[in-house]
Write a protein that binds this ligand. Structure first.
Ligand code: ADP
Ligand code: MG
Length: 353
């Protein structure tokens, strides 16, 4: 039955979708689209415990602020590592979205979380969202949201495979009939590739580079397949012996070597998920193929090697970094349709104390 207050809520409250990523947080505001896309970083004053900045502004503060201001990533491995900071971050996002929509009442919020999240963690996300002012909280697994975001028919009895490679975690999931049939969440994703590159350059070239530099090299010259004309990059770092700045030329082959092991683990994990999936579902997946989402979908050549490794068609989702956020938006358009797939689907019940 429709809630008689629906019209009232529609006028004074808004609907918000949040993709709480380990690297990037996106907010979808119904009727507006994606209105916030910021790094998942919060700057905290350690003396007072107060949050001084969130998102890009906080990221810019890293390394440039007095010692007592520390930048934290509240969702290190895809789960809430610091509850209070996460709550502050969600509050900030909700307030910002409210300002854009100019509506006063607490919003309905759909939040994406990594697959395989524990009940305790799910409740933590729910409570943080509630405390941040949400009137209703709905929680969806990110691979499911991504599938919805790229308009896959999740309710139909046909299996599809989603591989979402984010910053802290990768989600590998087989979806059919509105549910996650099999899934695996692993901590090998973009951040790991960055640290692989740091470790490799340290051991091969004896220089130390920072995380930001490693990420830039990964994005500019990284590829898991050899190119005809290998790309190169000049990298500045600190010489491990002299302690002075030094430049070296890194090639794409170096990067491939550096990240090889992690990529192999990722490929094997995908294979393992397929191997434990019921045969009827696998035959669907063979036909429909695999969809890559998240920033890691943009790793050059990944689609090709995945295809070779799994023997399935592999598609890179359009605009893979926004798939989850767009999915929360699609859900908000018709929450009832997606009732069955939501992990938490809570009405206006007051928070439990
Ligand atoms: P999360 O959902 O965990 O916040 P995202 O889906 O936003 O993660 O992806 C962020 C990750 O994607 C980062 O590790 C980033 O380095 C990586 N990434 C973004 N663009 C590219 C690219 N072109 N090539 C390789 N990796 C990329
Ligand atoms: Mg993500």
């Amino acid at each position: 039955m429709k809630n008689p207050l629906d019209r009232f809520y529609k006028m004074f409250s808004n609907d918000i979708g949040i993709d709480l990523g380990t690297a990037n947080t996106l907010v979808y505001l119904r009727g507006h689209g994606i209105v916030i896309n910021e790094p998942s970083v919060v700057a905290v004053n350690q003396k007072t415990g107060q949050v001084v900045a969130v998102g890009a502004q906080a990221k810019d503060m890293i390394g440039r602020t007095p010692g007592h201001i520390k930048a934290v990533r509240p969702l290190v491995d895809g789960v809430i590592s610091d509850f209070e900071v996460t709550e502050e971050m969600i509050t900030y996002l909700i307030n910002k979205a409210q300002k854009i929509s100019k509506k006063m009442l607490g919003p309905r919020v759909v939040v994406g979380v990594p697959s395989g999240i524990t009940n305790v963690e799910t409740r933590a996300v729910r409570d943080a969202t509630r405390n941040a002012g949400a009137r209703q909280v709905h929680i969806v697994e990110e691979p499911m949201a991504a599938a919805i975001g790229i308009h896959l028919p999740v309710h139909e009895p046909v299996g599809t495979m989603i591989i979402d490679i984010g910053g802290g975690t990768s989600d590998i999931a087989i979806i059919s009939l509105g549910g996650v049939v099999r899934s695996k969440n692993l901590r090998i994703a973009g951040d790991r590739l960055n640290s692989d590159i740091i470790a490799y350059i340290r051991s091969e070239f004896k220089i130390l580079i920072g995380e930001k530099t490693a990420e830039q090299i990964k994005i500019s010259i990284g590829s898991v397949l050899p190119n005809h004309t290998p790309k190169e990059a000049v990298v500045k770092g600190r010489d491990l012996i002299t302690g002075l700045p030094r430049e070296v030329v890194i090639t794409e082959t170096d990067i491939r070597e550096a990240i090889g092991q992690s990529i192999a683990t990722l490929l094997d994990a995908a294979k393992e998920v397929l191997e434990t999936t019921p045969p009827e579902v696998v035959s669907d997946v063979m036909q429909r193929g695999v969809y890559l989402t998240g920033g890691g979908a943009l790793i050059v050549g990944l689609d090709t090697i995945l295809h070779d490794h799994l023997g399935l068609p592999v598609h890179i989702a359009e605009d893979p970094l926004t798939a989850v956020a767009r999915g929360t938006g699609v859900i908000l358009e018709d929450i009832e349709k997606y009732n069955d797939i939501l992990l938490v689907n809570e009405d206006d019940t007051p928070p439990q104390i």
